[in-house]
Design a protein around this ligand. Structure first.
Ligand SMILES: Nc1ncnc2c1ncn2[C@@H]1O[C@H](COP(=O)(O)OP(=O)(O)OP(=O)(O)O)[C@@H](O)[C@H]1O
Length: 292
């Protein structure tokens, strides 16, 4: 068998004053991210509880994937196995051919509740992450990265504000800036806009798409909002109900990029896809009032 290192090629991606070195599999058929026959079983007082079963998925570098499914079906568990917070019970999750065994700075997570440190300003929250990943950089270099990423999410003016002085949308922008500042290869978003009002949510969706378009990291995002998934995603994973949930269907979203919300809303395909997703969730995998 050939040495896996022989299959790796180093590619230098230069972006302003930052250069990232990425190992790319050459001549390998393995996709960027692969989940192979993954299951997750939690031990509980009532015996083993199978959350997910038989999950096989290939994700290409730079793809934008949304995950939808009823509450409790295992969406967070699925993404936690990619972030490395949770290990699969069986099967394997591989990033560029290497098994994911723990969290790492190549995979950043943004949560619904922002998870900012309240005693630090917006800039300090971002700085903390930058400092953890690049301790060898000088303070001015790290501050430049912080400023660049706060500006990217439109928060240059709010750098010295504390989380309590920021709106929900602004806090989520800081959390996104913090995640992107360390240049992850995969951005994992767990219902990031779920707590925001409709207008802020649409603004942030558009900002996220612009940033993704520019940086082309791979995005995996959980959402309960079908319209959000249709606007953002290349593919939508539709999960069946738990226990033992699976990927029921994968919907490919054909709208060209950059996406224009108004044009999408005029496209009859949008309503067809929307109806298909609603049919999947509310007819084929309907949850009754007991959540079963
Ligand atoms: N550590 C654990 N031990 C036992 N059961 C767990 C554990 N973590 C999650 N679960 C269970 O696994 C199931 C899936 O949880 P998960 O949070 O992944 O679902 P979800 O689809 O993200 O839900 P929601 O949409 O409500 O956030 C739930 O029934 C949950 O109670």
């Amino acid at each position: 068998m050939s040495d896996p290192l022989e299959l790796l090629e180093l590619s230098m991606i230069s972006n302003g004053n930052q250069t990232t070195t990425t190992a790319v599999a050459v001549g390998s058929t393995e996709s960027f991210l692969r989940l192979e026959q993954v299951s997750k079983v939690y031990p509980t007082r009532n015996g083993p509880f199978t959350v997910l079963t038989d999950i096989t998925l290939d994700v290409q570098a730079g793809e934008f994937i949304c995950v939808i499914g009823h509450s409790g079906c295992g969406k967070t568990t699925l993404l936690n196995m990619i972030s490395g917070f949770v290990r699969p019970t069986t099967g394997e999750v591989r990033l560029k051919g290497q098994p994911i065994k723990e969290p790492g700075p190549d995979r950043m997570v943004v949560f619904q509740n922002y998870a900012l440190l309240p005693w630090l300003t917006a800039a300090e929250n971002v700085y903390l992450a930058v400092d953890a990943v690049w301790p060898e950089k000088s303070r001015p270099q790290k501050m430049a990265i912080v400023r660049e990423h706060l500006a990217m999410v439109g928060l240059a003016e709010a750098a010295n504000k504390y989380p309590a002085q920021l709106s929900g949308g602004m806090k989520q922008r800081v959390a996104i800036a913090r995640a992107l500042a360390i240049r992850p290869e995969i951005l994992i978003l767990d219902e990031p806009f779920g707590a925001l009002d409709a207008i802020t949510k649409e603004e942030l969706q558009e900002e996220l798409l612009n940033i993704w378009q520019e940086h082309r990291c791979t995005v995996l995002m959980i959402t309960h909002d079908i319209d959000e998934a249709l606007f953002l995603a290349d593919r939508i994973l539709m999960m069946t109900n738990g226990p033992a949930a699976k990927i029921g269907e994968i919907m490919t979203i054909p709208f060209p990029r950059p996406r224009d919300r108004e044009r999408i809303l005029e496209d009859p395909t949008y309503y067809q896809l929307r109806n298909d997703a609603l049919d999947f969730l509310y007819r084929r995998y309907h949850l009754n009032e007991d959540g079963e």
